[in-house]
Design a protein around this ligand. Sequence first.
Ligand code: BGC
Length: 325
Amino acid sequence: MDILSEQIDWAIEKSAAVISRYQHKSGAYPASPNFDMYNYSWIRDGAFIADAMSRIGKYESADNFFEWCSNLIVARRDAILAGEKLNARYTFDGQDPPGEWGSFQLDGYGLLLWAIKQHIKRYDLNDNLYAEATGLIQHYLNVHWQEPCFDWWEEREGVHAATLACIYAGLAAYDHPSANTVKAAIDLPKERLDASLIICGLLDAVDLSAMEKTIKDIETNLTGPDGGVYRYAEDTYYGGGEWPITTGLLGWYYLKIGRVNQAKLKLNWLIEQMKDSGWLPEQVKTNMLHPEYYDQWNAKWGHPANPLLWSQAMLLTLANELSKN
Ligand code: BGC
């Protein structure tokens, strides 16, 4: 089925509106405004969101986020230079959140560097924009990249390929001499099958020929009956539904390898999940892998996060990439 361009325009407008409406005046993006546990700004989510907004011409939204990040990083200059670790998420006014939450995650900082550099190139901005912060992040990643940290899903500690790919992309964007050493440490065959691995190919951290098996396995083992993509086979979080983020990543990857029709199907799937509201949730309930776990999460934290700003951002990125074809 082909998607009407009006539907795509509608989905872009709605997604951008959701992101703009909930961006905090400080520049921070809440992960999800209606889900208490996600009332923080994650660096990983934010890097993808800012990149998406930058792509579609929402220059100020992206810039405000980057400036917010830059300020919180420069404020931690002494801690960074003393070898201390940074958080994965912050309160909207840039403070460290209370409590533990698998807070040591390096991927977001790599993605942030990558997204800032894309933004600079896209708008032909001064290369020195946010120079102090980007310098500190490079230093931080260079010091810590070999240390085990939490994965994209904040569940497993280790040195994960998806994390290394994000670090590589950030360091490579700034021509840092360690970039290729980080890239060389990626060992895809050793990884658990996980849709976050798609980022390795998207950020050129793994050759596309070496990605083939992983992509095939994701298609066979991590794709639901309607085309939505799961995170990983054992996912029990809210029953383990299909995620717009991972579905969007696979669509974006299809465009990278010229499979335009398959990318359109993924975009179509994302638009269908937006229903009338225009909101994209963190995950979709229809074809859960482990439905017996849904109720206990619902009792603990309420309904799954909706809207999730990173999900809306993936729609924007996929639609933007499709428009280049
Ligand atoms: C996901 C993370 C995400 C966070 C905020 C978690 O459940 O696993 O990847 O950064 O939510 O959206």
